[in-house]
Design a protein around this ligand. Structure first.
Ligand code: ADP
Length: 475
């Protein structure tokens, strides 16, 4: 269903699209497929709502968000179940996603109250200078399927907290999680038009959002290719844009590292969500002398990961989202083996019996090299290639040798080296002996072609605010 101006409704055409459980291949719902007209209507309603929403107090906006967070906590089980059944991740991970999605709502309820302005010392005795922060206006948000709940709240909560109104288009694979969070907005009594949900064909909805002069801000999480296109399409109306795009995360293990901790960290960051996150490790660089041992330790952990339906107890590896994702994984593995990679575990599709999903065995390949596709392309799947290196300079150069710059990880016990590498990595997020750095109070975002802008942290709300500089002449 679409949610426009505070009401649930069908598409004007009455058309629907199917939502498929990627583990079973079964259709689990049919949802309204809106298009150009519904999106235009949603933008108009958001624009009307903005006139009053921007004048509410921060405390008032925070109180709505706190109500939403409380409702999300009540519905946590149901939301987690929805995430798993529409996108496949293990239920334990889906539950963690609900917790983090809720935490973003609570965080920005607090941050709403801390949108401070500034006064500036003037260079003339009769002048008074100041800076106000004001909401940018109607915000369009386009979100992906891999975190179908938290990517929504990480955008909508700061927008609403700042005093903006929102039109959101979720990924076609995962409209049900979006509807769940909108049920909470509805039950919390959010004024009509403040948050609107449209779904349907991206090629129809996308251009309406990017071309509209009423939309002043576009926030997007998804592939680099689509992000670049959206930036181009937003140029005519010079929108403020925030982009969370692809990554190609290096994970560096120095010879002095705690190898057990590093192997556990690599297994965690590579195979979470079946490798389908933009901060998943893509390239593991291990110091030559410890590569054999590290490879053995990592493969031991990875081979033990249980594959299956995310709803089943103990499942750690669910299905890939679709055939395209599966084909990419398969082609990266075949290509790596053709280029003399040493297979340590996995390496083939997984036969899940009556489950009709696209399952692939979690795979570790040692002695990877630069000729392999996996060395430069984002796999977005459960394949861990291990490269070796000799010196610190060499590995920094290799780690940075990519157009991406989202997340990087490294393991060492040497403090000075830790600081050197931290300073040199051209990445927006760095985990030092830490494979799970993402948290609501930290800014999330990338360098280079991984995007611009930050979500979460103190910076998250700034993305939805304009600065107004005021000079007063005391005549
Ligand atoms: P993925 O390959 O992971 O699905 P995409 O970048 O294609 O990543 O999708 C992320 C989001 O961008 C989804 O909501 C998708 O529908 C949307 N999207 C894809 N193509 C377009 C487009 N041409 N215009 C607007 N949104 C798009």
């Amino acid at each position: 269903m679409l949610y426009i101006n505070g009401e649930w409704r069908n598409a004007n055409s009455g058309e629907t699209f199917e939502v498929v459980n990627p583990a079973t291949g079964q259709v689990i719902a049919n949802v309204a497929s809106g298009g150009r007209d519904e999106t235009e209507e949603a933008i108009k309603c958001a624009n009307v709502a903005f006139a009053t929403w921007k004048k509410t107090t921060a405390a008032e906006r925070a109180s709505y968000l706190n109500k939403v967070a409380a409702l999300m906590k009540e519905k946590a089980e149901d939301m987690a179940y929805t995430i798993t059944t529409e996108m496949g991740k293990p239920l334990s991970e889906a539950k963690r996603e609900v917790v983090s999605a809720t935490a973003y709502v609570e965080w920005f309820a607090e941050e709403a109250k801390r949108v401070y302005g500034e006064t500036i010392p003037a260079s003339h005795p009769n002048k008074q200078l100041m800076v106000l922060r004001q909401p940018v206006g109607v915000t369009a948000a386009i979100t992906p399927w891999n975190f179908p709940l938290s990517m929504i709240t990480r955008k909508i909560a700061p927008a609403i907290a700042a005093g903006c109104t929102v039109v959101i288009k979720p990924a076609p694979a995962t409209p049900l999680s979006a509807m769940k969070v909108f049920e909470c907005f509805h039950e919390a009594g959010l004024p009509k038009g403040v948050a609107n949900l449209v779904m349907g064909a991206a090629e129809e909805i996308g251009p309406v959002l990017t071309k509209s002069p009423l939309v002043r801000k576009l926030t997007f999480t998804g592939s680099t290719a689509v992000g670049k296109m959206l930036i181009r399409d937003s140029a005519d109306t010079v929108k403020k844009v925030s982009m969370e795009l692809g990554g190609h995360a290096p994970f560096i293990v120095f010879e002095d590292a705690d190898l057990d901790a590093a192997a556990a960290g690599a297994a965690g960051t590579k195979f979470v969500n079946n490798g389908q996150t933009c901060i998943c490790t893509n390239r593991i660089y291990v110091a030559e002398g410890v590569a054999e041992e590290f490879g053995r330790k990592l493969a031991e952990k990875v081979a033990a990961l249980k594959i299956g339906n995310g709803l089943d107890e103990g499942t750690k590896i669910g299905p890939l989202i679709n055939k395209q994702a599966f084909d990419k994984v398969q082609s990266h593995v075949e290509d790596a083996l053709e280029h003399n990679g040493q297979l340590l575990c996995g390496g083939k599709p997984y036969d899940a019996g009556e489950l009709k999903g696209y399952f692939y065995e979690p795979t570790v390949i040692n002695y990877a090299n630069e000729k392999m596709k996996i060395a430069s392309e984002e796999t977005f799947g459960p394949v861990a290639p291990i490269f070796t290196f000799k010196t610190e300079e060499e590995v920094i150069e290799k780690a940075n040798n990519t157009p991406y710059g989202l997340a990087a990880y490294f393991y060492t016990k040497d403090l000075s080296r830790g600081f050197r590498i931290m300073n040199e990595l051209e990445y927006g997020i760095v985990g030092i002996n830490d494979a799970a750095p993402v948290t609501v109070q930290g800014p999330f975002g990338g360098y280079k072609e991984s995007g611009n802008g930050r979500e979460g942290g103190r910076s998250g709300i700034l993305e939805y605010l304009e600065e107004k500089y005021v000079s007063i002449n005391l005549i």
